[in-house]
Design a protein around this ligand. Structure first.
Ligand code: DX5
Ligand code: ZN
Length: 219
């Protein structure tokens, strides 16, 4: 079994203090930093882009797990790679040619993530799984933090575990949206090995990041 990792989403951090917030994640034992990039088009919300990521990256030794929720994603991949993303995750609906976008990320020597919205089926990425490092299962509709976890997506994790076993594949399974201390056990048991969390990490227990990471990992 893979080690369970927590990737805190800075979407719930204090945006006026991002540098300090990222330092707090480092000190609190985060395994990586989840950066939610939204364009107001692919999803109805706007966040940050390459210049901010680039500055934050300079002050942080954690891996940057960049989740791109942007349309026409293909043409922006390079900008995020240059800004310092270590993992670049894209949505199949945001590119005209998924395999080309996957190869582009690989060529830039970054880890390839592909994300499935709650309604998107595993079948959409099945034939590409041998070229994918990470599958990000959305357990809310992307766009906003603080939404309610959708347990019906857990079957997709089980489906992916079966494919992994049958084809001897080794991609990570990450889950994103509404994860809290009550449901983290179920996602880990289903087979997710990376947990994204915004609200729970930054707002629970008065923002005690170390404690919240530990609680999310405990099964
Ligand atoms: C939603 C984002 C998530 C989300 C996580 O579009 O991809 O990363 O903000 O935040 P919580 O944990 O608050 O659901
Ligand atoms: Zn995300």
């Amino acid at each position: 079994m893979k080690k369970i990792q927590v990737s805190p989403s800075i979407l719930s951090a204090d945006f006026s203090q991002l540098g300090t917030e990222i330092k707090r994640l480092e000190e609190g034992g985060a395994d990586m930093v989840h950066v939610d990039v939204m364009d107001g088009h692919f999803v109805p919300n706007l966040t940050i882009g390459p210049p901010v990521i680039k500055e934050l990256r300079k002050h942080c030794s954690l891996k940057f797990d960049v989740h791109l929720m942007i349309s026409s994603v293909h043409k922006y991949i390079e900008a995020y790679a240059d800004a310092g993303a270590d993992i670049i995750t894209i949505h199949p609906e945001a590119t005209d040619n998924l395999i080309e976008s996957i190869y582009k990320i690989k060529k830039l020597k970054k880890k390839v993530g592909v994300s499935l919205n709650p309604k998107t089926k595993v079948d959409v990425i099945k034939e590409y799984l041998n070229n994918i490092d990470l599958v990000l299962i959305m357990s809310v509709n992307p766009g906003f933090g603080g939404q309610k976890f959708m347990p019906e997506v857990l079957v997709k994790i089980q489906e992916l575990k079966t494919i992994q076993k049958n084809h001897k594949l080794n991609f990570d399974i990450e889950i994103d949206g509404g994860i809290n201390f009550e449901n983290s056990k179920s996602v880990i048991e289903a087979g997710a090995n990376i947990i994204v969390s915004g609200t729970t990490i930054f707002k629970s227990n008065n923002g005690d990041i170390k404690k919240n990471i530990k609680l999310l990992k405990s099964v």
